[in-house]
Design a binder for this molecule. Structure first.
Ligand SMILES: [Zn+2]
Length: 157
């Protein structure tokens, strides 16, 4: 015989509460350092460590807003690492823990960022134009050289 809905076990509210807990951060500081904090400890100044924390915090906030879970493609680059990265800018923001590359094989994150400049503004992020980042999404927490309020949040390398 079918039970009435009111006879059902009352587990639903607890489950609902669990769902409301903020999601685990997608990207950790360790993900961002990629083991290079142990290989190049002398280069990781307190200033760079503070930048890295801010970068990871904003990247996670963005992923949460976009509803995407993604991994780090490239995080902090000590000088020797950056020099070995093909096509890396000599003065790359990655050197100073001010930029992150996030995996974006399908381009969904890049597309979301282009469609939501107001979120980039709110979070304090700038985006390298998707045409220059085919399988990743480059975000940085400092403005690009010629940026001024009202200008696009994206830039071309
Ligand atoms: Zn990058």
């Amino acid at each position: 015989m079918r039970r009435k809905k009111t006879d059902m076990p009352q587990a639903a509210p607890a489950r609902r509460a669990a769902r409301k807990r903020p999601p685990q951060p997608c990207i950790t500081l360790a993900d961002y350092y990629m083991g290079r904090d142990r290989l190049y400890p002398q280069e990781l100044t307190p200033e760079l460590a503070a930048n890295a924390r801010r970068m990871v915090e904003r990247a996670n906030a963005l992923l949460q807003r976009a509803g995407l879970r993604r991994a780090v493609n490239s995080g902090w680059r000590p000088a020797a690492i950056n020099a070995a990265v093909k096509n890396a800018a000599k003065n790359s923001r990655h050197l100073h823990c001010l930029a992150i590359d996030i995996d974006d094989d399908d381009g969904a994150l890049d597309a979301w960022c282009m469609a939501h400049p107001e979120v980039l503004e709110e979070l304090g992020l700038w985006l390298e134009h998707p045409s220059a980042t085919p399988r990743w999404c480059h975000l940085q927490i400092v403005q690009y050289g010629s940026w001024a309020p009202g200008k696009p949040r994206y830039f071309f390398p």
